[in-house]
Design a protein around this ligand. Structure first.
Ligand SMILES: Nc1ncnc2c1ncn2[C@@H]1O[C@H](COP(=O)(O)OP(=O)(O)OP(=O)(O)O)[C@@H](O)[C@H]1O
Ligand SMILES: [Mg+2]
Length: 870
């Protein structure tokens, strides 16, 4: 412990006894170190400054209070020169990563100011300290701070009226993308898809550099941005065209932005330039290697808005937000961290391009048909570490020797991988056939230089193999000889003095010494110089020993320094190849995803969907991928779906047509009725999930599937209170419904689960009717509408592209059996009262409910009434 921490804290810290605002101090009265602290703090007013003092990282003033509060540490105080006591709290230096991670997770930026020389070197003057690292939620690299299963995105937005630019990067993997579009709703959806850890926003706020933690608001934050993210308020200058453009040109060493695909996208360029400037500003010490900037278009992908992602439980469940039980959970059979992240990205950004989808399907099919290939590939992939992030750490100079060994191990698997797929003919396997020879050579070199299991520390030697460097070998030999001399010394001196308990020891303060028990102290030879007296022993040195010691220590320092230099040169070589490694990593990740999907398809009996340009959705014996996996095998009841007519002229039927029963095999809109708990919601989601899985290029849980490409999937499921935003259940429901009606097209898939139920029955029913009719007649989106309003079944009799389906149950005298089968026709009962009885409502209540229902059921025929209105 340093002196500071052994000081007894002033019993209960009382804010009046110490200063907790660094702006309030008289700097002339601060001791040197505190003055340096305060000056450093001035440069980072918005971050928590962790300042290295001996074995601790300490915080003072307001940061001390913040640190103590957020991490439940003791707040104490410390004398800071004539100025008096200032607030202080601290954490042990070896645990800084853990504490910094906690702060960053809470949305703080953390600045690390470390000692850059040994206290002994300073010899009396102030130890040199420098800012060595700035951590913000979006700029993490440390392995322990990142989740291996997902990307950690830093985003930047530029908004001009209704137009916007968005750039994002994951500095741990090097991905860097930018886009531009015109609907602010799309911007929100993109942010929700990416879930960035930090979003940069150019503003003219006075407190530039401040970080708004999730939920915090500022008048300088554009209203259209969702409040759930961490926002960094930045100056507008680096986001201007004049600065952003040249910065990108220089970074990627290109003459025009055409090659990056964003020449014609000024807002995308500004966002990307601003992001780059932020990285340069925060990563001074460790410039991160980024991949070449890529431009994309939001509308090139299937748009899945955040509601739909939530309702379809793509990455987490609705009920308790867990990963377990989500679609991603049920699909993930990947073997590498890179593959896991890629699958998540694919799921959140399904494709529209049939060719792209077919390429993925072809690869899955080849892997399904060739079981040995699939098994071998999976086996080999399991031995490949996180190449993307290892490369990132090498590039930013934070990788240790273990990282490089892991990287070399992984790289040396690549030739085996390419050998396995020599015969393969599908596109994603062919991509693995060529491993650039530089990577093989790099792996060999790393293996040849680094010992098999090096220590974590890189400045204390023990990293490099013998015979790599003659000078190193020479220095090692010297150090070893000297160590041998010390070892022999004990034996020799025992013999010389006749003291059998004589020992040679070492400690940091005195270096090497000879220890003799006090009872034998009178026998020591004259050349021994007494250095220290302990209770039972005396410690001595000799001039000879001291001379050796000086040599050993300096030789060891030289040795460690040389090892460090050889190591950093190796790391630099890896950084040089970052782009090549990452290109290959991407290919490995994609192959891993597809291998996992093939494995899944084999085990779950999925089929290859036939992807079509039209509007048809034809699923035979479809299943819900997650519910199926959570039930015992064979328990899930498969159901078929047919949606999507080709002809586009739809009008209300005349009353005359209405006389005949209309049979509609391929309706655009299905009204789905059925008792409570029969399986309506499950069926609805199943169709959405199958369509989505098909558009990421996966096989699907069905016996047969012919699917037209969808441009968007919309869902509106259940009535959920959005207390966080203070909106009522019904308003949330109507907002979402409005969003669907305003954005759906005839190529969209719309899944509506009981809309209208959040208000009075007749209001609700009327809205449900009008919405269904509008979607079927005006939008013609393929739609399934699950409802307990059986009156909606009448819609099918006046709109030809609407059909009724029901989930069936079998009614026995004292119970209902759920068949979970979807069949043509409308249900006329919800068995809600029956459900109430089963749940234990008192008999009188049930009885009364039946009477009330009897009265209500004398309803009028809605369809007939409406027909007369037209
Ligand atoms: N096809 C199926 N095969 C087997 N079990 C099913 C099937 N569909 C649904 N289930 C089971 O039935 C349960 C109830 O299904 P679901 O929530 O879809 O009913 P619902 O008709 O929407 O009910 P409610 O009207 O009360 O909302 C599900 O939790 C699921 O376990
Ligand atoms: Mg339901």
């Amino acid at each position: 412990m340093t002196a500071s921490h052994s000081e007894t804290p002033s019993t209960k810290p009382d804010a009046s006894t110490f200063i907790s605002d660094h702006q309030q101090v008289d700097r002339s009265k601060l001791s040197q170190m505190y003055l340096h602290y305060v000056e450093t703090k001035d440069k980072y007013p918005h971050a928590v400054l962790l300042y290295r003092v001996g074995d601790f990282f300490e915080c003072y003033f307001q940061d001390a209070v913040k640190l103590a509060q957020e991490l439940e540490l003791v707040l104490t105080s410390k004398q800071a020169g004539e100025q008096g006591r200032v607030a202080m709290s601290g954490v042990p230096h070896h645990a800084w990563e853990r504490y910094a991670t906690m702060l960053v997770e809470k949305g703080y930026a953390v600045v690390i100011c470390d000692q850059v020389e040994d206290a002994s070197e300073a010899a009396g003057r102030l130890v040199r300290r420098e800012v060595t690292r700035i951590l913000t939620p979006g700029t993490l690299l440390e392995e322990g701070m990142l989740k291996s299963s997902r990307n950690n995105y830093l985003a930047a937005v530029v908004i001009a009226a209704n137009h916007w630019g968005l750039a994002y990067a994951d500095i741990s993997t090097g991905e860097f993308l930018t886009t531009q579009s015109s609907d602010l709703e799309h911007l929100r959806q993109e942010l929700m898809r990416l879930q960035p850890s930090e979003v940069l926003v150019p503003t003219n706020a006075p407190d530039l550099g401040s970080l708004l933690r999730p939920g915090e608001t500022s008048p300088h934050l554009p209203e259209c941005l969702p409040p759930s993210f961490c926002y960094s308020l930045r100056s507008q200058v680096p986001f201007s065209q004049g600065e952003a453009r040249p910065r990108l040109l220089q970074k990627f060493k290109v003459r025009s932005l055409e090659g990056l695909g964003c020449d014609h996208l000024p807002l995308a360029v500004r966002a990307a330039g601003g992001l780059l400037e932020y990285l340069e500003d925060t990563q001074k010490e460790n410039p991160v290697p980024l991949q070449k900037l890529r431009s994309y278009t939001v509308t090139d992908y299937l748009i899945v808005d955040s509601q739909t992602r939530r309702n379809l439980e793509i990455t987490q469940t609705v009920r308790d937000g867990t990963f377990h039980g989500s679609l991603l959970w049920s699909l993930d059979r990947t073997s590498t961290a890179m593959g896991g992240r890629a699958l998540r990205r694919w799921l959140l950004q399904p494709l529209l391009d049939i060719k792209g989808i077919r390429a993925r399907l072809d690869t899955i099919q080849e892997l399904m048909e060739n079981t040995p290939l699939r098994q071998d590939l999976r086996q080999l992939l399991r031995q490949i570490y996180d190449l993307e992030r290892l490369t990132g750490r090498a590039g930013s100079g934070t990788a240790n020797a273990r990282d490089l060994v892991a990287l070399a191990d992984s790289l040396s698997r690549l030739p085996e991988l390419s050998h396995l797929v020599t015969e393969a003919h599908s596109p994603f396997l062919k991509a693995l056939q060529k491993v650039p020879s530089v990577l093989e050579e790099l792996a060999q070199k790393l293996h040849a230089h680094l010992v098999e299991s090096p220590p974590i520390l890189i400045k204390e030697g023990g990293l490099i193999r013998p015979s790599v460097n003659p000078l190193l070998d020479e220095r090692k030999a010297t150090v070893e000889a000297d160590q041998q001399w010390i070892a022999n010394l004990e034996v020799d001196e025992r013999a010389k003095t006749g003291i059998s308990t004589l020992k040679v020891g070492f400690n940091k303060t005195f270096g090497y010494y000879i220890s003799i028990s006090r009872t034998k102290a009178d026998q020591v030879p004259a050349n021994y110089i007494r250095k220290q007296t302990l209770t039972n022993e005396e410690r001595y040195i000799t001039p000879d020993l001291k001379e050796r010691e000086a040599r050993i220590l300096s030789a060891r320092d030289d040795l460690n320094q040389l090892e460090y230099e050889i190591f950093t040169a190796l790391r630099e070589e890896v950084a040089q190849e970052a782009e090549v490694i990452r290109n290959l990593s991407r290919a490995v990740a994609a192959a891993d995803v597809l291998c996992g999907l093939a494995e899944l398809a084999v085990h779950q009996g999925y089929c290859r969907p036939e992807m079509l340009p039209g509007r048809e959705i034809n699923i035979v014996d479809g299943r819900h991928p997650v519910v199926e996996q959570s039930l015992p095998a064979g328990f899930f009841v498969p159901n078929s779906t047919q949606l999507g007519q080709e002809s586009l002229v739809i009008s209300h039927l005349s009353l005359a047509d209405n006389q005949e029963q209309i049979t509609n095999d391929n309706p655009d809109l299905i009204i789905l009725t059925g008792p409570n708990a029969s399986g309506k919601s499950c069926y609805l989601r199943q169709v959405g999930l199958i369509q989505l899985m098909a558009q990421i290029g996966s096989f699907v849980p069905a016996r047969l599937a012919k699917l037209g490409i969808c441009d968007r999937i919309f869902t509106r499921v259940g009535a959920v209170d959005d207390l966080a935003t203070g909106q009522s259940t019904f308003m949330v429901e109507m907002n979402e419904t409005a969003n669907i009606l305003n954005h759906a097209t005839s190529r969209s898939l719309v899944l509506l689960d009981e809309i209208g139920r959040g208000t009075a029955t007749f209001d609700g029913l009327s809205i449900a009717w009008a919405v269904a009719e509008y979607i079927a007649v005006d939008i013609r989106a393929r739609t399934i509408f699950a409802t307990h309003y059986h009156e909606l079944n009448e819609l099918a009799s006046i709109v030809p592209n609407v059909a009724n389906y029901q989930v069936t149950v079998k009614e026995l005298p004292d119970q209902i059996i759920f068949l979970h089968q979807v069949q043509p026709g409308g249900a006329d009962k919800s068995y809600g009262i029956e459900a109430g009885r089963l749940a234990g409502l008192p008999a009188v209540v049930i009885q009364r409910a039946k009477q009330v229902m009897g009265q209500i059921e004398k309803h009028s025929k809605i369809a007939m009434g409406l027909q007369n209105l037209d």
